[in-house]
Design a protein around this ligand. Sequence first.
Ligand code: ATR
Length: 268
Amino acid sequence: MNNQTQLNLVIGYPLGHSKSPMLHNFLYRRLNIDAVMLALAKTQIKDLVGVIKKYPVGLTCVTMPHKQSILPYLDVMDNRAKAIGAVNTVINKRDKLYGYNTDIDGIMFALSRVPIKNRTVLLLGAGGAARAVAYFVVKSGGKILYLNRTAGKANILQRRFGGKIIRKTDLGKYRFDLIINATSVGMQPNAKDSPLDKKYFRPYQTVFDVVYNAKPTKLLTEAKVAGAKTIGGMEMFIGQGVKQVELYSGRRITQNLISQVRKLMSGN
Ligand code: ATR
């Protein structure tokens, strides 16, 4: 680090669990990018945008609860971010803020070996992460069944992306090939919770949990016992982070380097 080193940030609240600095700082070193990422936890988006513009910050990873509240401060938004209505990445170029959504890339990366076309997907949750999942599933030709604690929020997604809203009591009536948890249920410190009863798991299913804890979530542990294929949230986290670094640096990150990132992240 020197006085030329570019400051990058991850912003959100709270941020105790953020692994973005670890992933970014590792890749910056490997790619000889003179930048460092720090975490800045604040509740007010206005204050955070002030910091981004003042220093200025080059790349900002945007996480909960700011993925939507930052939109009015952006100068340019890429098409996917517009379609989803949320950004997780802001790049500051000549005092203009460009917004992107690489959560989609993370979901694509995590589900790269899972067939989706004409398959039925049970989507748990209807927040920002669920929007990105719905966008990807629809683009890939899958059919969505929405299940959310608050029905009104599932309605918004259904109007935007199509599919069908179901109730918990109707779960037994449907067959789903893929189950995706896009709620925060199961996240530390509530690792004992699961968003879906284990009686709904089948060996032909794939279960993907966007939650990333050090250990597999209860949802994934129970799905595995039932013989289903499981994919953890760390895959999505790596996919979205790698894409952020690619957008920022204009460089392609090799499979070999991705394997190193995976090793680094699994050891922490
Ligand atoms: P993110 O941007 O990570 O998706 P979010 O927008 O706050 O975060 O969305 C969190 C999702 O988890 C929501 O769908 C929320 O359900 P509600 O729409 O009813 O709020 C869901 N969620 C969070 N805690 C939950 C819980 N204890 N039980 C069921 N669903 C929960």
